[in-house]
Design a protein around this ligand. Sequence first.
Ligand SMILES: [Zn+2]
Length: 56
Amino acid sequence: MKGKCPECEADIDVPDDAVDGEILTCDECGSDIEVVKAGAKVQLRKAELKGEDWGE
Ligand SMILES: [Zn+2]
C-alpha cells in the first residue's frame, strides 16, 4: 500500500499488515505518521504524541 505524508506529501510505503494506530516515520521529513484504518482504506495522519511534555 502507498500513502502520502500529511506533512510533506511524500509517498510512504504502508505495510500490508499495518494496524490501526501504527506509527510510521516519513523518510523525507522524519515526521511520525499514524496509520488510521477505516474499512479497506488506509489514511495517514500526523501522529500526536500525547502525554509527552516538550519544554515546560
Ligand atoms: Zn514527510
